[in-house]
Design a protein. Structure first.
Length: 253
């Protein structure tokens, strides 16, 4: 239905044409919005992997009790509404929030940092919000790694770092790929977080769709932007899924 509506040439949806697609594809601003949206997802994925992978490695070597505790901590954010978590980050990242209080207290800056309505603040918030989507598939894969394979690597003279990069990480790639897929899809379409943390200074495709549909009431152009969001995100997801399948095939082979 969105694809069909995007081919209406006017706001009243009386005539058909390619006017909406020409408006979108012919404006460099809209291409910048697409690029910023995909880049936001890529940055969030990178941040979650950098934080989540070490946590998953700690979970793998932890005693059973601490494994259950870490798993509970990972799942706990899912029990809270994303709206509540997003507004909590406003308090944390505000001029008088926890982050600025720590920075000023340690003397790292002479004045409060500006974190709200910036991409850095949005990536920080999305990293915590989306972290469970990475950790759950990653922990599921890491838990199935045979300890005998790691012991065999050590017995053959491999150092712990070489075992990590040649054994553990390759075996974890399917879980990393699945987690990255979920994080990317969720962060690029996170309208609430993008609007609340990013504010009006940062424009991404979900906000553009909402603005055209609810403010301007231009449903054909909103449908065009929505189709572009779906196509661009699905293209990146297809690449991530392909990488995961290739990794799984090599491991299985």
């Amino acid at each position: 239905m969105l694809l069909a509506v995007s081919f209406y040439a006017d706001e009243r949806m009386t005539t058909l044409g390619l006017r909406q697609w020409e408006r979108f594809l012919g404006d460099p601003f809209h291409w910048k919005v697409v690029a910023d949206t995909l880049l936001l997802g890529a940055k969030t994925v990178a941040a979650t992997v950098l934080l989540g992978l070490p946590l998953a490695l700690v979970w793998r070597t932890a005693p059973p009790f601490w494994q259950r505790m870490l798993l509970f901590i990972v799942v706990l954010p899912l029990l809270t509404s994303v709206v509540v978590r997003t507004f909590a980050w406003i308090v944390i990242l505000g001029r008088e929030g926890v982050v600025n209080a720590l920075v000023l207290g340690l003397g790292l800056a002479s004045e409060p940092l500006r974190l709200l309505q910036t991409e850095l603040g949005l990536v920080i918030a999305l990293t915590q919000i989306e972290m469970p989507l990475l950790m759950l598939p990653l922990l599921a894969v890491i838990s199935r790694i045979d300890p005998n394979v790691i012991d065999a690597s050590a017995s053959l003279g491999a150092s712990p770092w070489r075992t990590l990069f040649t054994v553990i990480l390759p075996l974890s790639l399917p879980g990393i790929s699945a987690g990255c897929l979920l994080v990317f899809a969720s962060s690029t379409t996170a309208f609430i977080s993008q609007s609340v943390i990013g504010g009006g200074r940062l424009v991404y495709l979900p906000a553009l769709v909402w603005q055209q549909a609810m403010v301007v009431s231009d449903w054909p152009f909103a449908a065009t932007a929505a189709v572009m969001l779906m196509v661009s995100v699905m293209a990146v997801i297809a690449v991530i899924a392909l990488v995961g399948r290739v990794a799984a095939g090599r491991i299985g082979g």
